[in-house]
Design a protein around this ligand. Structure first.
Ligand SMILES: [Zn+2]
Length: 403
């Protein structure tokens, strides 16, 4: 079911309403118009004094569209082309090699299919990393909201950001920002320059951090398969001295950790590193199914939550995942950490993702929020059971109410 929100104020009633930032409502309703929610809450309260059209969504659960806070739409052509591995660097090498073999037409066609997959999986807001920018016009032409992070890879630090930023323009639907790929592929000075630029324009800053044991080895000791890879790629600066620090401590020394920094993966982050991230109010972004694909371990989610961190979720790309579904990421986390409650898992998949991407009118249902909602069947006795099922198994039918 796909419903477009009418231009005239319309009331939508559902058996359950999941505002995320407030308690769930039984027999709830929203009033929306022109793509915005103008009222929400218990049906009787919302209905009072309202004289417009009313749509009854029956036995359904209304919740905000999900946030995929980290993906690479431009890598969608890699679907099924790479196999799960236990060697992170050999996966990168295969990815680099295959990248040359795919035609520009295939990249665009697959990116469109990737977007369609995300729409069908109930995603409404995307944090997209890309080196080429091919996804930007596709995003502008889609019903999604997005932050596109133009990703820099340059360990020699030769990129002239002014040149790089020539064509950057902001759009209300697609915000453009910059991102260094990772601490081992971007020089420290360049990472700091990118951070300064994002601070100047109050944009989110995002990078892959503490993703693999190889990354930790490289930053601590300056050796291992990542050093070899950089040498092979002609990206090895002879003057480089390893910082001798674990990834999060290294980023902190560069002063790039703050509440606008999204740290993607963190599978290798130690308890001390997580405590530092909490102190800096940085935003972890977890991609559990990609981590499993690459055999790099799982992030310490329960420890993050106990420290007050607000992790969000990402699928990463189809080069390290088989499906761009945040419901599938939720189910993977639930399987690994059964004690995680539906309340927390759904916050990670919505509100915390929107906050990390600095899109403060998305990821929840309340007056003033963007009306981008999911309609799920709510057959069952108790909401508690419906939600438990929802976070255990991705739903088959995902309806949308948007405008
Ligand atoms: Zn990624």
């Amino acid at each position: 079911m796909e419903l477009r929100i009418s231009k005239r104020p319309t009331l939508y009633r559902s058996k359950y309403l999941l505002p995320i930032i407030k308690e769930p409502v039984e027999n709830g309703a929203i009033i929306a118009t022109e793509g915005l929610i103008i009222d929400s809450g218990p049906y009787k309260q919302v209905k009072k004094g309202f004289i417009g059209e009313e749509v009854d969504l029956g036995h359904s659960l209304l919740l905000p569209a999900l946030v995929n806070a980290h993906t690479h739409i431009e890598l969608s052509a890699f679907k099924w082309r790479l196999s799960p591995t236990s060697s992170f660097v050999s996966w990168i090498k295969k990815l680099i090699r295959l990248r040359q073999e795919i035609t520009p037409e295939e990249y665009i066609k697959s990116a469109r299919l990737g977007l369609k997959e995300m729409w069908q999986a109930g995603i409404g807001l995307i944090g997209d990393h890309g080196n080429t920018g091919l996804s930007v016009p596709l995003l502008k032409d889609s019903p999604f909201r997005a932050v596109f992070f133009r990703e820099v890879i340059d360990f020699q630090g030769r990129t002239n950001l002014k040149e790089f930023l020539k064509d950057q323009l902001s759009d209300p639907k697609v915000v453009l920002s910059l991102a260094p790929h990772a601490p081992y592929t971007v020089s420290p000075i360049l990472m700091q320059a990118i951070k300064k630029w994002t601070q100047k324009y109050r944009l989110p800053f995002s990078l892959h951090v503490a993703e693999s044991p190889e990354e930790v080895e490289f930053l601590l000791h300056g050796k291992g398969p990542i050093k070899e890879l950089l040498k092979e790629r002609g990206q090895w600066p002879s003057s480089f001295v390893a910082p001798g620090l674990r990834p999060v401590f290294y980023l902190d020394r560069l002063e790039i950790l703050d509440e606008n920094t999204i740290c993607v993966h963190l599978t290798q982050a130690s308890s001390q590193e997580l405590a530092l991230l909490a102190k800096r109010k940085a935003k972890p972004c977890l991609c559990p199914r990609s981590n499993t694909f690459l055999g790099v371990g799982f992030p310490q989610v329960e420890e993050m939550l106990a420290l007050g961190l607000e992790p969000c979720l990402g699928t990463d790309s189809l080069a390290s995942n088989d499906y761009l579904s945040i419901f599938a990421e939720i189910a993977a986390l639930k399987q690994y950490f059964p004690a995680l409650s539906p309340d927390i898992l759904l916050k990670m998949a919505t509100w915390w993702g929107a906050k990390a991407l600095k899109q403060k009118d998305m990821g929840y249902i309340d007056k003033g929020a963007i009306a981008d909602l999911l309609i799920l069947p709510a057959e069952g006795e108790k909401l508690e059971h419906i939600l438990e099922e929802l976070v255990t198994k991705p739903p088959q039918q995902i309806g949308r109410l948007y405008g």
